[in-house]
Design a protein around this ligand. Structure first.
Ligand code: NAD
Ligand code: WQD
Length: 337
């Protein structure tokens, strides 16, 4: 029985595919490569010693997707595929709603038709909006402020409705905090298009000399040093969390929701310091205005995942920085030669 991994050529999907293959799962990747590179498939094979089956398909294309369900005995779906840039979603809401929602609906329809019962969804801490209480628990109130976040919350709501109508399903909603880091080999990692929006790829591009300095978005928040605090989590820990989530679904838990974070927040300046220590590179920075839509602090209470999944993040900030740096320094142009 196979696991269908949508978006498996992307940053988190590629690391998770390796983890799944190493745990003995059969993996089928579907990706249209709109934000990834085919070479990732070769690297997954190199690192795991196994070849996932690969379909280059846009998931919004139901006819083509149906072939995947016909040709394979799919037991579970891990749904990573989505557009994910917050700022871009504000400028291009139609593309975001269309891609993220239609692809997910196609999967729901095919799951029903082909009797697939297990579904793991990539949600995000963004669904907590500006949290009322820290650390954030899974039952905190939900609110979103941009179209990207809204697609995540809408899909979560759809999943709750779908489960209500069919209790034979098993659904894990995983809310990731801030993924950084890369595979220990340094041959797969995060490759954003153009100038990075997220902080870690921005820092690594400053470190390799492709960007002059980091802009620190505000130093007047009510935090340890005035800069924004986030719960950074190693992508390898996230990948492992998906294997644990699949194990959980095999126990027929119904619909379950977990925070995947470390439970520890770091400020922007603490992250910069940790990165400099890990890489031996000074990161020049300038304090600028706050970025619209940013919040002061966001970090998880990951206790529920620990208790119910037996999952706990094992990598600390130093290893996250070392591994992000290994990937960027070995591949200054990402997957491009
Ligand atoms: P990514 O862009 O690296 O990976 C997503 C993959 O999906 C890409 O390979 C892309 O080509 C593919 N894709 C997108 N739309 C598709 C479609 N219609 N058909 C087929 N393939 C399609 O992103 P990531 O960082 O690996 O994120 C994976 C998931 O985790 C996303 O759902 C994202 O919203 C969620 N998430 C990411 C973060 C983060 O900071 N990286 C945080 C929280 C949640
Ligand atoms: C982290 C901190 C910034 C860039 C976003 C999405 C969220 C999730 C993860 C998908 C903040 C500061 C950043 C820079 C900076 N993605 N910063 N200079 O905003 O917490 O979360 O990615 O689901 O939905 O909103 O992550 O990495 O952009 O920012 O000072 O150039 O770094 O202000 O405090 P964020 P980020």
């Amino acid at each position: 029985m196979a696991v269908l991994v949508t978006g498996g050529a992307g940053y988190i999907g590629s690391h998770t595919s390796i983890e799944l293959l190493e745990a003995g799962h059969e993996v089928i990747i579907v990706d249209n490569l709109c934000n990834s590179d085919k070479i990732v498939l070769e690297r997954i094979k190199e690192l795991s010693g196994k070849s996932p089956k690969f379909y280059e398909i846009d998931i919004t294309d139901k006819e083509k997707m149906e072939v995947v369900f016909k040709e394979n005995k799919i037991n579970s779906i891990i749904h990573f595929a989505a557009l994910k840039a917050v700022g871009e979603s504000v400028a291009m809401p139609v593309e975001y709603y269309s891609n993220n929602l239609i692809s997910t609906l196609v999967l729901f329809e095919l799951m029903k038709k082909y009797n697939v019962k297990n579904f793991v969804f990539s949600s995000s801490a963004t669904v907590y909006g500006d949290p009322e209480k820290l650390p954030i628990l899974e039952d905190s109130s939900l609110s979103v402020t941009n179209p990207y976040g809204r697609t995540k919350l809408m899909i979560e709501d759809m999943l709750r409705d779908i489960y209500y109508a069919d209790n034979s399903l098993n659904i894990a909603i995983l809310r990731y905090f801030n993924p950084i880091g890369a595979h220990k080999s340094g041959i797969i990692g995060e490759e954003p298009n153009g100038i990075p929006n997220n902080i870690m790829p921005y820092i690594t591009k400053v470190a390799v000399g492709q960007l002059p300095h980091l802009n620190v978005f505000g130093d007047d928040y009510n935090t340890v040093d005035g800069t924004g605090v986030r719960d950074y989590i190693h992508v390898l820990d996230l990948a492992h969390g998906h294997v644990k989530a699949l194990e959980k679904l095999s126990e027929n838990p119904g619909i379950v929701t977990y925070n995947l974070g470390t439970g520890r927040g770091y400020s922007v300046l603490e992250l910069v310091k940790a990165f400099s220590k890990a890489s031996g590179k000074e990161i020049p920075y300038k304090i600028t205005d706050r970025r619209p839509g940013d919040i002061a602090s966001c970090y998880s209470d990951p206790t529920k995942a620990e208790k119910e999944l037996g999952w706990k993040a094992k990598y600390g900030i130093d290893e996250m920085c070392e591994d992000s740096w290994r990937w960027q320094s070995q591949n200054p142009n990402g997957y491009k030669k």
